[in-house]
Design a protein around this ligand. Structure first.
Ligand SMILES: Nc1nc2c(ncn2[C@@H]2O[C@H](COP(=O)(O)OP(=O)(O)OP(=O)(O)O)[C@@H](O)[C@H]2O)c(=O)[nH]1
Ligand SMILES: [Mg+2]
Length: 339
């Protein structure tokens, strides 16, 4: 079979901006003044010394690293680090870089050389895992930041976590943040497939359909043997029952449990069991456009603007409420006088 879909069509938009994310952006913006370096997973904050990290490199297509490194060098003159936080891969270099940024600061116990670093990025990319990894390597200490396989594990911007003693390097973990509305529905599905958006917000079957589309596009047919299929398929309604059958996902009446099969597949994909894939467009044209676009409007700026607007709306609401109360009081006073 080789008449696979050439494009994936989907037009439902996903909105996900939970309260902790809005608060996270506000706190990131407030605490920025105390930070020397930003370790970031995408442009969220500008005008700071920044180190760009591509984590979960074990899950990405092996060609990704060379292509991204070259493009960042060419268009941004910026180094990029590829890490695997679960295996402490390439984290030593990050510690060295952060240590090189240390400067004298005054603390309760006198002067010390220190760097304070904020780690920012989308949900579930491995920010907290990277902090734990840096800590394992830098001070040989155990896990300090909670981690988990679903987005939204880190809920707030808490205190600093020490990852090096001399000079002192402190890290600040932050909740995953992203734009409230991704305009392109297929882009949102990609983000959901990586696990950055809660699965239930989009349809799990649609995410699996996109996964199937990508596997076929890349001619990565390992799934055929893996789940006992006869041949590749481009139809998720054919694929999911096969997977349900293979894993024995049945409902009470004996029907296939398709949502369970979908969840199973997403988990497999996110653990790299379906191969190493990069969903981003890595064409030279796209990378040039992406890396030369204006960064004037980063997420923190957007969030500041949104907060200002929300404050005005709230002030207007309170004014209207007070006016209405006053009018009511006047009216009832009038009535009483008449009585
Ligand atoms: N394969 C792989 N998994 C990773 C890597 N780094 C982290 N993970 C896993 O990815 C999941 C998310 O990790 P977290 O560190 O909680 O991610 P986060 O960015 O802090 O997420 P939020 O706090 O929700 O924004 C966890 O299940 C980690 O074990 C990596 O380099 N490779
Ligand atoms: Mg976290």
């Amino acid at each position: 079979m080789n008449n696979f879909r050439k494009v994936f069509t989907y037009d439902k938009s996903i909105n996900w901006f939970p309260g902790h994310m809005a608060k996270g952006l506000r706190l990131i913006s407030e605490k920025l003044k105390n930070v020397q370096v930003i370790v970031e997973f995408e442009p969220i904050v500008q005008h700071k010394d920044r180190l760009i990290v591509y984590n979960k490199s074990d899950l990405a297509h092996p060609d990704t690293e060379a292509v991204i490194t070259k493009a960042f060098k060419e268009y941004k003159n910026q180094d990029v680090v590829f890490t695997n936080a679960t295996e402490d891969l390439n984290v030593r270099g990050i510690i060295k870089y952060l240590a090189s940024k240390a400067r004298p600061t005054w603390t309760a116990s006198g002067e010390e050389f220190a760097t304070t670093v904020m780690v920012v990025g989308m949900p579930n990319v491995g920010k907290s895992s990277l902090i734990n990894s840096l800590r394992r390597i830098g001070v040989r200490r155990g896990k300090a930041a909670p981690t988990g396989a679903i987005p939204g594990i880190t809920r707030t911007v808490a205190g600093t976590i020490k990852v090096l003693d001399s000079p002192k390097v402190y890290l600040i973990d932050t909740p995953g943040v992203m734009i409230p509305h991704i305009a392109d529905p297929v882009a949102a599905i990609k983000v959901a497939l990586t696990g950055a958006i809660s699965d239930h917000l989009s349809d799990e079957e649609v995410i699996v359909d996109y996964l199937l589309y990508r596997l076929n596009q890349e001619q990565d047919f390992g799934y055929v043997q893996m789940y006992n299929l006869q041949e590749p398929t481009d139809d998720v309604r054919e694929f999911l029952p096969q997977v349900a059958k293979y894993i024995g996902a049945l409902k009470k009446g004996g029907e296939y449990n398709l949502p369970l099969a979908a969840q199973f597949l997403l988990k497999q994909y996110r653990q790299g069991k379906l191969g190493r894939h990069t969903l981003d467009n890595l064409s030279p044209e796209f990378l040039e456009q992406f890396l030369t676009r204006s960064e004037d409007d980063d997420l923190v700026n957007q969030s500041r603007r949104q907060q200002k607007k929300a404050k005005k709306v709230e002030e207007r609401r309170v004014r209207r409420f007070q006016q209405a109360q006053k009018q009511q009081r006047n009216a009832s006073g009038e009535q009483q006088r008449r009585v």
